[in-house]
Design a protein around this ligand. Sequence first.
Ligand SMILES: [Zn+2]
Length: 276
Amino acid sequence: MPTVTVEIPTSLKIALDGETARVGGDESTVITAALAEHLGTPVHTLFQISTSGALVAGVYSRAVSVKTILDHGDFGLGTFADLDGEMVVLDGRVYQVQGSGRVSEAPSDAGAPFAVVTRFAPQIDLEAGPFADLAALQAQCDSLRTSGNIFYAFRLEGRFSSTRTRAVAPPEKGVRLAEAAKSQSEFHFNNIDGTLVGLWSPGFSSAFSIPGYHFHFISKDRQHGGHLLDCAAAKLQLSMEALADFHLALPETESFLKADLSKNKPEELAYAEHAH
Ligand SMILES: [Zn+2]
């Protein structure tokens, strides 16, 4: 993160010291929060469009454009209108991994029914590994989290000895997610450079989010990717951001407004999201 040196009046410095002592934080945190509020630029905020429950119920129609997603973050994941592939948002670019395995940069007017993004500003950046599998990688991420009650963003970058991903292909209209997930393609790669874009969501968020870890992968050459099922790596650069602000934007599309979201079963989402 950049460092800024500024001169401020003594009166402001006294007030700043008072506020820093009151919140029990450090000066940088207090100044960053004050600047963010004054400039209308949210920090450490997760912005989500629609709910995981709506996806489970088959609400796949366009809710927002890629441009709107990028207005709220430069890092995250989601899916595309009609469930046309996995979305990877990295360094302010949006990539589409289609069921065929084809990866392309999504145009700004492409539509999405669901996405979760943040302006990635990691507080932790370190070298991590080795990871024999995804469970080991998640365990290392767990050791860095200081709470089970807020959201976290994880970025892991480097050479993967193996990755296993999947990507959904557009199902027939009205098909529920668990059914659509049966026709997805899987991709295996060995010795591939790339980045994992990950989010960790607390258990209580299961009503509208995907609890636990959710990783999407994109290769360095931007030719391969998808929803991560498993991976292994000797060492990766790991950065993490704690996210204590959450903004949920609900679609005003007809399919969302009229959907019956009361019959959702958590097993359906778990089935669609995990390896099977
Ligand atoms: Zn996914």
